[in-house]
Design a protein around this ligand. Structure first.
Ligand code: C5P
Length: 221
């Protein structure tokens, strides 16, 4: 048994929400706390990996020993992910990336005028799917936050985004997932599934990191 079982590996992890500017004072975002991604980063560092943590704006501090790349928008995160992924062995997409951004960000604060207002949104790049298209792609792990048909939707994303593994959580259940200290995951590969039962995100992360490494090693043979 070696507690530094990730020695020699480089993990790139995306975490937290993204912020999509509307004007100089407003943005569109979501409730992601970054806790799961930061817990994975912490567990991977403890296991001996070099970790690059590409993080949207969060209120928690980065684990000691990681390379923190702070970003704001999905497009910033996309750029940094494509920069660091080619030198990594493993890419974990834990960020809650905004699906859309504002088409034309106002350069001045938008004033209240009409009763209704319309914002035009355009689709952001899919970060994990684009990294999975790199010629020398790392071992790819995505997340799927679902409220129903969890296995079917998660497996759909596994195939569509060209991933090796997908970790699915049921965000309809209270007390786990988004913004919570606890989580429960189902980890799907093309051929099997493993349950990580409800526990503190630090414990879930330790189990997940070890499982990801087992799948990674199996793929190297
Ligand atoms: O399609 P959906 O957003 O549900 O997929 C979730 C997975 O895809 C997560 O791993 C998330 O980090 C990643 N993702 C991404 N870039 C996006 C949207 C999602 O990397 N623009």
């Amino acid at each position: 048994f070696c507690d530094k079982y990730l020695q020699g590996q480089h993990w790139v992890i995306t975490a937290g929400p993204t912020r999509e500017a509307i004007d100089p004072v407003r943005y569109i975002s979501n409730h992601s706390s970054g806790k799961m991604g930061y817990a994975i980063a912490h567990a991977a560092i403890r296991a001996g990996a070099k970790v690059t943590l590409i993080s949207g704006p969060v209120n928690i501090s980065a684990p000691v020993g990681c390379q923190l790349i702070s970003v704001i928008s999905a497009e910033d995160m996309h750029q940094q992910a494509l920069k660091f992924a080619p030198e990594s062995t493993t890419f974990i997409a834990c960020a809650a990336v905004a699906d859309y951004r504002v088409a034309n960000i106002a350069s001045q604060k938008i004033k209240k005028t009409n009763d209704a207002m319309h914002l035009e949104l355009v689709k952001n790049h899919d970060i994990v799917a684009d990294v999975a298209c790199l010629p020398n792609k790392p071992f790819m792990v995505g997340f799927a936050a679902e409220t129903q048909n969890i296995e079917a939707y998660a497996r759909g994303k596994l195939v569509r985004k060209n991933l090796d593994l997908i970790a699915a959580n049921d965000v309809a259940k209270s007390g786990q997932g988004f913004n919570s200290d606890d989580n429960a995951l189902m980890l799907y590969s093309a051929i099997d599934k493993t349950e990580i039962p409800l526990a503190n995100k630090q414990i879930v992360a330790q189990k997940l990191v070890s499982l990801i490494n087992q799948h990674y090693l199996a793929k190297q043979i």
